[in-house]
Ligand binder design. Sequence first.
Ligand code: URA
Length: 226
Amino acid sequence: MADPGSALERLRVLHAQIRACTGCRLHVGRTQAVPGAGPSVARVMIVGEAPGATEDSVGRPFVGQAGRLLDTLLEGIGLARGDVYVTNVVKCRPPANRDPEPDEVEACRPYLDRQLALIRPRIVVLLGRHALERLLPGHGPISRVHGQPVIRAGVTYFPIFHPAAALHNRGLLSELEADFRALARYLESGPAPEAPPPSTAPASSAAPVEAGVDTSPPPGHQLRLF
Ligand code: URA
């Protein structure tokens, strides 16, 4: 039987809570919530905006066109999807892919906070303005701060453009690629020293990455942006 105190088990429980959540209006229109996917202890965590239509139907984050671009960019710096934990600011799809409302972001706040406390990433990649505003409020517009690491309490936040923005505006693609190269250099040169463990976290973050949650590849190809 799985150790109920392990990070993996706690993450499974959290994912189940998210799937059952009715904390805001977004649960009404969803097919399913999209908690996140990846190893339960990961050096790198990626935070996007919200699930889109493909994610809502598959139940995993970044499995549409933006997700494929994300995979390509990760591969380009030697990372596979299974190396990173990926989630979103809000866990249910906003109707017609509109921006999440502030009260929806607030309703999901404890889930993202808990994911950060459980997974204990050293680097949190913020994809786009919603993730930036949620985790570094008031830090500045993404167009100005992208590609520049920000260290807070031993965690490095790395804001970059959202892959979907580069799909809409091809001119941003070279900036996004440059941001990923900056991220790769940062990963190589060694990020911030480790933060002290939060009280809810597992005892050792130096433990090897455990078996993941929901890391299997999505079925088929999705061509939708979201
Ligand atoms: N898919 C996601 O899971 N999140 C986004 O922000 C965009 C697409």
